[in-house]
Design a protein around this ligand. Structure first.
Ligand SMILES: Nc1ncnc2c1ncn2[C@@H]1O[C@H](COP(=O)(O)OP(=O)(O)OP(=O)(O)O)[C@@H](O)[C@H]1O
Length: 378
């Protein structure tokens, strides 16, 4: 837990001086009687359940990494960006467009690793605010556009994003609806059904991609609109990660074998029609919760329009059970060949974890590639 606790303490030292800060405990459920740290919790869970390996010393999957972040996104749409800069744009927005006349308290919210999070209590309700002292608004703009796209499907509960902007001292912020979490993780079958409803409702005629590039963990995720799914997944998902592995580790083996798979994976999609669906894009347990009414909530997305099956690429960290999948397939019927594509969709996230955390994940990615090369005789 050490790494996450260090980050929590760091937050106190950096609170806005403009308003008195009150420290409160995390509102998220506590696991196993330990202070909640979703990242360290899943480190232990995943290592024990899936890998049987020794945990890396970093706070997996905080995804704090040395990788370059997106320096810019394609700003075709900037609906959440604030134009004018004030000394405290967060306070200013809350006291104007947020319809509050006074802020009654600010308290840190734990659980995330990349950003600092605070709850702002006001006479107009509570707001959830994330800030990042070093990254410009493009990361939060991607998050806001993703949250807004999911919110507009009127299916699963996601926080409504309100504002994204730059901080006067550098960095950026996002203000969104504050969600009171409940004590349970919610009903798996409701989660499955609502997620499927989001996939069914979230449509586009632009193809596969998204209006902005975003990040998966802190790895850039390229969302250039592409009419063909196999091309999109081969180039902007597997191909991007394979290239990153070659560039940062000099791993030519995984790059070349992976590219052979990309070139030969077409038959895995035989006989199905793939329509672009709005995906959360990073659906693992740390981004799934339930509100105080027990309704599932999904957070912190890496949205794009893609094949619905790609949503299960993080299922090795999500704990989806049988009731989740049956409820999901009642709304979004399982397509022929689903099982033979499952590992292909895991592969993107294993490669990303290899790129973020190092060689512990290489063998998982490599064995998926080798298996497919054998099956496809490529
Ligand atoms: N809208 C919200 N209302 C209340 N609490 C929230 C909301 N969104 C997120 N949280 C809480 O804040 C924590 C941090 O948020 P989040 O995971 O988005 O942070 P992050 O630093 O951007 O992400 P990460 O490090 O996980 O990639 C979450 O674990 C959750 O407990």
């Amino acid at each position: 837990m050490e790494d996450c606790h260090r980050k929590e303490r760091g937050r106190d030292a950096n609170e806005s001086p403009a308003i008195k800060t009150t420290r409160v405990t995390d509102h998220r459920p506590q696991f196993s009687g330990l202070p909640f740290c979703k990242n360290r919790f899943f480190l232990n869970l995943i290592m024990v359940a899936h890998l049987g390996a020794i945990a890396p010393s970093s706070c997996f999957p905080c995804r704090l990494t040395r990788l370059p972040r997106l320096s810019s996104t394609k700003h075709k749409h900037r609906p959440f960006i604030m134009n004018a800069m004030s000394d405290d744009p967060i306070r200013e927005w809350i006291l104007s467009e947020g319809n509050a006349t006074k802020i009654t308290g600010i308290s840190p919210v734990g659980g995330g690793c990349i950003n600092r999070a605070n709850r702002y209590d006001t006479d107009a309700g509570s707001f959830f605010v994330k800030t990042n002292r070093s990254i410009g608004p493009s990361m939060f703009e991607g998050e806001a556009l993703g949250l807004n796209a999911m919110y507009k499907t009127n299916s699963i509960h996601v926080p409504k994003p309100f504002k994204v902007g730059s901080l006067p001292t550098g960095g950026s912020y996002i203000i969104m609806e504050f969600i009171e979490f409940g004590a349970s993780r919610g009903d798996q079958s409701v989660l499955g059904r609502k997620l499927a409803e989001m996939h069914r409702a979230g449509k586009t005629d632009k193809g596969f991609g998204f209006d902005v590039d975003n990040t998966i963990g802190s790895t850039p995720q390229i969302n250039t609109w592409t009419s063909d799914w196999i091309k999109f997944y081969g180039e902007h998902r597997l191909g991007f990660q394979l290239k990153l592995a070659q560039d940062q580790y000099g791993d030519r083996t995984i790059y070349e074998k992976g590219q052979r798979l990309v070139r030969s994976m077409g038959p895995l999609f035989d006989g199905i029609v793939i329509e672009p669906c709005l995906l959360h894009g990073d659906l693992w347990s740390g981004n799934i919760s339930a509100d105080k009414n027990g309704e599932p909530v999904i957070l912190d997305p890496a949205c794009y329009y893609g094949h619905n099956e790609a949503e299960f690429g993080m299922s090795w960290c999500a704990g989806f059970g049988g009731s989740f999948y049956s409820a999901y397939f009642e709304v979004m019927p399982k397509q022929p060949g689903f099982e033979k594509r499952t590992d292909l969709y895991l592969l993107y996230h294993y490669l990303n974890h290899y790129n973020l955390f190092g060689s512990g994940y290489r063998s998982s990615a490599m064995s998926i590639i080798d298996d497919y090369l054998r099956i496809l005789k490529a």
